[in-house]
Design a protein around this ligand. Structure first.
Ligand code: ADP
Ligand code: MG
Length: 189
């Protein structure tokens, strides 16, 4: 089964020295995939370029090596899929399909604000997977900003209530790794 990762990355290639806000032991614990066995949630929060997708892909690949089914999609893609299914009258079927992988990775939540209907569709997805399968979300927005991301504080609270119930929230601080590389090679001041 294809996970559709945007790129290939491994934890071995992650430079923890460059990201001192991350707890190496905590990432190592996640790489055991125990949280997936338990159906827990992981959130990676932080500014662009700080390695959220790198970590998500690395953990997803580790999960595949441990024989878990993994699906990777951006939040925008998922919401588009759900909206289309809703219009086609096949929402229930689509929710069932998206509930099958033991790990669903949702990348880039918060880059685009959701429309009201999208927030409600996303809520249905989270509810359907709740306590069945794991979700890993990356977002450039803090949990406190999710009300405005979803455009509906009540739905955002209901989504967060489920996501945060059995969860590890990892907040990454610091500068973009991409820009750091550019700065080093003299392309940026
Ligand atoms: P984000 O998803 O937080 O915007 P990415 O994970 O896409 O950031 O990281 C941007 C690029 O920089 C990727 O190519 C990624 O592999 C690399 N990168 C980011 N942080 C690190 C790091 N600490 N060590 C090695 N590569 C990194
Ligand atoms: Mg990313």
């Amino acid at each position: 089964k294809l996970a559709q990762f945007p790129f290939v990355r491994e934890l071995d290639g992650f430079d923890f020295e460059a990201q001192p806000s991350l707890d190496r032991g905590q990432i190592r614990e996640l790489s055991t995939c125990r949280w997936i066995a338990h159906g827990d949630t992981v959130l990676f929060l932080g500014p662009p370029g700080t390695g959220k997708t790198h970590l998500a892909v690395s953990l997803g690949r580790e999960a595949i090596r441990q024989n878990y089914n993994v699906q990777f999609a951006t939040a925008a893609t998922l919401v588009a899929m759900l909206a289309k299914a809703h219009n086609d009258g096949s929402l229930d079927k689509q929710l069932t399909i998206l509930s099958r992988p033991k790990l669903l990775i949702i990348d880039e939540l918060g880059y685009l604000p959701f429309e009201a209907n999208a927030a409600h569709l996303f809520f249905q997805l989270v509810s359907r997977r709740y306590e069945r399968g794991s979700i890993l979300i990356t977002s450039n927005r803090s949990v406190g900003e999710w009300g405005s991301v979803f455009g509906d504080p009540v739905v955002a609270t209901a989504i967060l209530d489920r996501l945060l119930h059995h969860s590890t929230v990892i907040t990454i601080r610091g500068d973009s790794y991409r820009l750091r590389e550019k700065r080093r090679s003299g392309l940026l001041q």
